[in-house]
Ligand binder design. Structure first.
Ligand SMILES: [Zn+2]
Ligand SMILES: [Zn+2]
Ligand SMILES: [Zn+2]
Length: 331
């Protein structure tokens, strides 16, 4: 596998070789008792217990390789890089059939704690410019395993969409000396047309220019740029776990398959980061989770996703999601 940079859009593309990818196996490698089928444990809770509740391991078929350097090269106008990075799996629960949204609050908080711990740890590695957490839930979303799990990647580049957000937030800050996402939140909370759920700490809403039906963002009500710093305490982890569960419960009632992705501050200590790139980052960027449902019958891709065509307005989506009782909650 190799990383290639598109000289026009500046985005990095993972170029897989034939034969890369995961074969589906009969036994679930993520189930308790099958630890021998997986690489060595990176993190587990409780630590050292054969009855682990949450476990982090290297991905069985990693897209990125942890050893060595990026070896950035150019051949004429074309840039390539080794597929340097980290690719991990968070096994969210020992139970093969218990999705995150139905796990107990304290358990989900332990999953969040595992995310926080891994993101903080990977950011110490100065070879990596960006660390993220994502879930592909359901077959249509391209899940790697049936077993409830999340993936974590660390990369020597900043993904393109996050790059857009960072530059846009920085420009807005230069003009107004305010955080763009804080201003969006303020307006959403006043208008109450696209908000799905909110409390004193967190907000979920369908963005004004939603790309797909039921696109939902989940984010802290108060400003912070880095996920792992904001959710460092058990108290915040537990409150966020409850909030996320509730939002996922609503969404799963209409869209059982979805992508969930963390957008957070890049690694400011990365080796190749130009100093001065992120001077106002702490004030201008606001971390968030984006949930992008996969609804094949309702979304039609237009022009290969160059222009999004969304068949459902975010106002209607939010109204429906507000009314829905989260699937995991007791009546
Ligand atoms: Zn399993
Ligand atoms: Zn903000
Ligand atoms: Zn985002």
């Amino acid at each position: 596998m190799q990383l290639r940079k598109d000289p026009i859009t500046q985005s990095w593309v993972i170029q897989a070789d034939a034969g890369d990818g995961l074969e589906k196996s009969e036994v679930c490698p993520l189930c308790p008792g099958h630890e021998a089928l997986t690489p060595q444990t990176i993190y587990e809770y409780p630590y050292g217990s054969p009855n682990w509740q949450v476990r982090v391991i290297p991905h069985l078929r990693p897209i990125y390789q942890i050893e060595g350097d990026a070896l950035r090269r150019a051949k004429g106008i074309y840039d390539t890089m080794r597929n340097l990075g980290a690719h991990e799996i968070v096994v969210e629960h020992p139970d093969h059939h218990l999705p995150l949204s139905r796990q107990p609050d304290e358990h989900v908080a332990q999953v969040i704690r595992a995310y926080v711990s891994r993101v903080a740890d990977l950011k110490k590695d100065r070879r990596f410019r960006y660390v993220t957490v994502f879930r592909n839930q359901g077959e249509p979303a391209g899940q790697d395993f049936e077993h409830p799990h999340t993936q974590i990647t660390a990369t020597p580049f900043i993904p393109r969409r996050v790059g857009y957000e960072l530059r846009s937030s920085q420009r807005y800050y230069q003009l107004k000396e305010r955080c763009l996402i804080c201003d969006i939140l303020k307006q959403e909370l006043v208008e109450q047309e696209r908000t799905v759920e909110w409390d004193d700490l967190f907000v979920a809403f369908c963005p004004f220019a939603s790309r797909i039906p039921y696109e939902t963002w989940v984010l802290p009500a108060n400003h912070l740029d880095a996920f792992e710093e904001d959710l460092a305490s058990w108290e915040r982890q537990l409150r966020f776990a409850r909030f996320l569960k509730s939002v996922l419960g609503r969404l799963e009632a209409v869209a059982p398959a979805y992508h969930l992705v963390l957008h957070t501050a890049p690694n400011v200590n990365a080796r190749f980061e130009r100093s001065g790139n992120w001077q106002t980052l702490a004030d201008d960027y606001h971390w968030h989770f984006e949930i992008l449902p996969v609804i094949p019958s309702k979304s039609k891709s237009y022009g290969l996703k160059e222009v999004y065509y969304n068949s459902l307005t975010p106002e209607d989506a939010a109204r429906e999601l507000r009314r829905l009782v989260p699937a995991g909650s007791k009546p």
